[in-house]
Design a protein around this ligand. Structure first.
Ligand code: SF4
Length: 711
């Protein structure tokens, strides 16, 4: 076929061991794998063999943009990263992560659609890319620095227009929960990929790009952008609904600004603003009209006295330390300080947040103490900020535990290995007392996946509680190669449906109401062709819905589109107040793709490509050892959910979704799993069949599996 537009044309390949810098033609992959997670997964298949461990030099990091990156494609500023994950437990396996910001578009302006990094440098290094040129530079003066100071130093040297991915001390020291930070509010959070960079002696990747991209149909692209801006706007001008004083915004107020409006529960910031402690604003990833990130500019007094830095934050980072189940606190100075230190060390905030739940339970049972952790855990949650006196108190726990985790010292070392390995350690250590195995139960409630692959903090209870769809949501995420949290569940299932209750809350459409069930059924039928899974007990056709969501979410990672924007916070693919029937535009991504590339694909054709990537990912996981026995849940998680009967902690609109009389039957889930395998063309052990791989144009993958006696 003719060359697709919208791509920069080359993928940079860097071997840090030999210093060899080469490129491959993006068109080799573009048609079949589109971009982002698609191309990254294919390259991983070709180059990272199953016997390679996460910290081996032979492991590679595939940072990949897509055809929409760097264009007017709405919410296309995100980048996918695929590599072998050190966080995956107990088997290190393929995993993906995703980061917003503006690195990806500028990588394309510099002439590269992606970056494949392998090998290990002899000494601390960073990669510098500028307009088609690549260099490996000495990072000895950066090694050991936090992510903020490293970025500042790089900006001083290469100019403030440089876009930087960076690791902190946690990544350098190979913490399995190390992230790759970008600016102050974006990161590749899941996967532990900061430690993979650390294992390669790679401190940072810096890009400067001044080039441009050619798109197939510029006029159509501009029209589409204007159309999508309108779809995204949450309310028509001047409208006020529900508990929020809503206002139209495009390129202005964002998510937390929205929540911070009068009537919301986070009122502390209003006090901070009134008292001159901080000023709020918004920022966004490249090309996003939604601006979900809240920026804080602290007063000079606060900065000076408490070492706070200006920065931005979204969602979890804004309140993760306090967690709603622990103490539903307002966003405040101690919380922000926690987030800043965490970012500076380069640690995964979601994973560390799970720790507080374990400590809370552990200290109540006498399992975790100040003596056996070395931390003043009695101070956890007692931190205070006195506005008038500008005084912080009781910060001892925050300061000490983050220092130890970031530097991998004492109990902090065990935490830096990730919660799954931590719980094994506690189990095995008599110093935690005779009750120590009780913590396993709490761990299981937080980490519901019980197989040998891709565990992770669940964040919410959505999988079991949300509406009648929990068989579909469980099926969807049970086979995922990473944690069962927001990326794959909330953004795919929960919020598209729940969010409509927020948009339409003025009409009484609350979760669990009759109107709500009707809307969920209508939506499911419209998009997946069946509404059976929307009706209790919900296991019928659950596999069909799960497959549909897999396709959709792969598409967002391949084009790319931001799933927060498209499926979650704004859910513009599902809902819009601007359309007559209230539905959004599910085909928005396809429309952008065709206008940019000049291709002319139907939605079904795009989804076939996404299914090929999903199947390829599964085939890779299988060659790394994954089987049907790994597609399971632990039941502690379900039992606890049943006890608390609450799912949608902090969901937009504040809705609380209970089980509402629904029951979960493990046997039924097993039936759904088997049907899902059949639907996807996998055998009874969860391995893609030769026939299906060939149908999807993956004959070489089938041959590889055969050669390795997997098939
Ligand atoms: S919604 Fe937020 S995360 Fe998504 S592209 Fe926009 S600013 Fe970035």
């Amino acid at each position: 076929m003719t060359e697709l537009k919208g791509y920069a044309g080359k993928i940079a390949k860097v071997d840090l061991g030999s210093g060899k810098l080469t490129t491959v033609d993006t068109q080799k992959y573009a048609d079949k794998y589109i971009g982002g997670r698609g191309i990254a997964t294919r390259m991983y298949f070709e180059e990272v063999m199953p016997e390679v461990r996460a910290f081996d030099p032979e492991n590679s990091l595939y940072f990949m943009t897509g055809p929409l990156s760097g264009t007017l494609g709405t919410g296309s500023g995100r980048v996918s990263l695929v590599s072998k994950s050190p966080q995956s437990y107990p088997v290190e396996s393929i995993c993906d992560s995703n980061c917003g910001g503006d690195f990806g578009p500028y990588l394309k302006f510099a002439g590269f659609d992606g970056l494949a990094v392998t090998g290990k440098a002899d000494s601390p290094s960073y990669l510098y890319i500028e307009d088609g040129n690549m260099e490996i530079l000495d990072a000895s003066d950066l090694w050991g620095l936090g992510t903020y100071e490293t970025q500042r130093k790089i900006w001083r040297k290469h100019g403030p227009e440089s876009k930087v991915y960076v690791i902190g001390p946690a990544g350098e020291k190979l913490a399995r929960i190390a992230i790759i930070q970008h600016q102050s509010g974006n990161a590749f959070g899941q996967g532990g990929f900061g430690a993979v960079m650390g294992s390669k002696n790679l401190k940072a990747i810096v890009v400067k790009g001044t080039g441009s991209l050619e798109v197939a149909d510029p006029k159509k692209l501009i029209d589409l952008r204007l159309y999508s801006n309108e779809l995204i706007s949450p309310v028509k001008f001047g409208e006020t609904t529900g508990g929020f004083k809503k206002k139209p915004f495009v390129n202005s107020a964002g998510y937390f600004q929205h929540w911070l409006d009068e009537g919301s529960f986070w009122t502390g910031w209003h006090t901070y603003e009134k008292e001159g402690i901080a000023k709020l604003g918004n920022s966004s990833c490249f090309g996003c009209p939604f601006s979900c990130q809240t920026t804080m500019k602290w007063s000079d007094d606060v900065k000076k006295k408490h070492g706070l830095e200006d920065g931005s934050t979204t969602c979890f980072e804004a309140w993760g330390y306090y967690q709603q189940w622990y103490k539903y606190a307002d966003i405040d100075v101690p919380q922000f300080k926690w987030n800043q230190v965490l970012n500076d060390y380069g640690l995964n905030s979601v994973e560390v947040t799970a720790l507080y739940w374990l400590i809370e339970k552990g200290r109540a049972e006498g399992i975790l103490t100040a003596e056996n952790t070395g931390w003043p855990i009695e101070l956890m949650g007692t931190e205070k900020y006195d506005i008038k006196a500008n005084e912080l108190s009781n910060m001892g726990f925050i300061e000490k535990h983050l220092l130890d985790i970031g530097n991998r010292v004492g109990f902090g070392y065990q935490v830096s290995e990730g919660m799954s390995r931590l719980i094994d350690y506690i189990d095995s250590e008599p110093k935690f007392g005779p009750n120590r195995k009780k913590l396993r139960y709490w761990y299981n409630t937080l980490y519901p996946k019980a197989g040998s692959f891709a565990d992770g903090y669940r964040t919410h209870f959505n999988q079991i509680h949300f509406g009648p769809m929990f068989y579909a949501t469980m099926m969807y995420q049970i086979v995922a190669q990473r944690d069962p949290e927001t990326k794959h569940v909330d953004n795919g299932f929960f919020n598209p449906f729940a969010y409509q209750a927020n948009i339409k809350n003025a009409t009484g459409c609350q979760p669990e109401s009759e109107t709500w069930y009707k809307m969920v059924s209508t939506l499911m039928k419209r998009y997946t062709g069946t509404d059976k899974a929307a009706t209790p007990p919900g296991f019928e056709d659950a596999e069909v819905v799960a497959k549909w969501f897999w396709r959709m979410n792969l598409e967002t990672d391949m084009l790319p589109l931001c799933d927060w924007l498209m499926q979650d916070l704004r859910a513009v693919r599902f809902w819009s107040v601007w359309t007559e029937d209230g539905f959004g535009d599910m085909e928005l991504g396809k429309k952008f793709y065709n206008a940019i590339t000049g291709n002319n694909l139907s939605q079904e054709e795009i989804w076939e490509k996404t299914e090929a990537v999903f199947t390829l990912e599964r085939a890779i996981a299988c060659r790394e050892g994954r089987r049907a026995k790994d597609d399971v849940y632990n039941m502690d998680w379900y039992d606890y959910g049943k006890q608390v009967g609450c799912a949608a902690e902090g969901a937009p609109g504040g809705g609380v979704v209970g089980l509402n009389g629904r029951t979960f039957e493990p046997d039924k889930l097993q039936i759904v799993v088997e049907k899902f395998y059949t639907l996807l063309g996998w055998n009874s052990d969860g391995i893609p069949t030769k026939h299906r791989l060939e149908e999807l144009g993956l004959s070489d993958v089938a041959e590889d599996l055969k050669k390795r006696a997997v098939l």
